[in-house]
Design a protein around this ligand. Structure first.
Ligand code: ATP
Ligand code: ZN
Length: 304
């Protein structure tokens, strides 16, 4: 049996050899080959089909968010280790000369950089909450978002990237409608992955909260069954990888961004997120590196 590290390395080598991923020299940052993209596109279309009758409002954001919103969202408080900030050069001619000199000597030039007003988005749903600030219509709101996301978690595991895409559906409403939404997607997600013959297990999960207090937060989250994941073995059978997440945030975002129900109460929210690269990787892992040789039922389902 291969250990997790060697099996990650072997899987990545195969992906690269088949031109599915293109390494950049930085762990977790890859280019994508045509077939890798095609699989993601087809799976994305399946999600659109599944949600066709829901009437979600499609919105598209760049992979950057307003830093003020990011600070307010609580992400830095809970996950400072994953955050990505955008810095740039604000200097004058003197500082420019210093920068050139640092570059020439191969010295650290970070002191010549200062924070900008934007951050790299960590989840596709983050821009939704500030946008939805105010009063929701009767029945709440439903959004459909798709974005590249950044998380500073460099790893040799091809399934743990620093930059990856998330397709999310986000519901804003009452506690009951949020939980119902979350459960509906849990069922839809399982059905979809089963139809693609990807072996899955569903489980309660927690987020990787930072620090000493983080353990408490994670165990509360589990106890209250706020987060579920669908997992599949990609580079380890003992520790399968989460390909989809189903989160009930209670009134977290509603309170932070003053999102209210028609009744005036603070809204509750939930999101479903599919990790698109992980879904593609799970298909390559399960069915092999050549989509043309995948089982007919899987190819038909994906219209490949
Ligand atoms: P993990 O427990 O593996 O760190 P997570 O719980 O942090 O994942 P979420 O925050 O719920 O993940 O993100 C939603 C989805 O985005 C996940 O279900 C997963 O499919 C995908 N995802 C999360 N982190 C990564 C990553 N580093 N690389 C690729 N996909 C990811
Ligand atoms: Zn989300």
């Amino acid at each position: 049996m291969m250990d997790a590290k060697s099996s990650q390395k072997a899987f990545l080598e195969q992906l690269v050899a088949h031109r599915l991923l293109i390494p950049s020299g930085v762990p977790g940052l890859f280019g994508r080959g045509r077939l890798f993209e095609e699989v993601i596109e087809r799976f994305n279309r399946l999600l659109t089909d599944v949600a066709a009758d829901d009437g979600a409002e499609v919105v598209q954001f760049p992979p950057l968010v307003n830093r003020k919103h990011y600070e307010k969202s609580g992400f830095l408080k809970s996950f400072p280790h994953l955050a990505g900030s955008v810095f740039s050069f604000y200097g004058d001619q003197g500082e420019y000369m210093e920068l050139l000199s640092c570059l020439e000597k191969g010295e650290d030039w970070s002191r010549l950089q200062h924070m900008t007003e934007v951050m790299l988005t960590a989840a596709a749903c983050y821009p939704i909450y500030p946008m939805a600030s105010g009063t929701l219509p009767e029945g709440g709101r439903l959004f459909d978002v798709y974005s590249y996301c950044f998380r500073h978690e460099p790893s040799d595991d091809p399934a743990r990237m620093q930059v990856f895409r998330m397709r999310e559906f986000v519901h804003l409403g009452t506690p009951e409608t949020s939980v119902a939404f979350r459960n509906r997607w849990l069922e839809r997600g399982s059905d979809l992955l089963k139809a693609l013959a990807v072996p899955i297990s569903a489980d309660v999960a927690s987020d990787p909260f930072f620090g000493r207090g983080g353990k408490m937060l994670a165990s509360n989250q589990r106890e209250q069954r706020l987060k579920f994941e669908l997992r599949t073995p990609i580079t380890s059978t003992e520790e399968p990888t989460a390909v989809m997440s189903f989160n009930y945030h209670q009134d977290h975002f509603g309170s932070l961004f003053d999102i209210r129900r028609a009744s005036g109460e603070i809204a509750h929210t939930a999101c479903f997120g599919a990790g698109m690269e992980r879904v593609a990787l799970s298909l390559f892992k399960t069915h092999g590196f050549v989509p043309a040789a995948w089982p007919a039922s899987v190819r038909t389902k994906l219209c490949l």
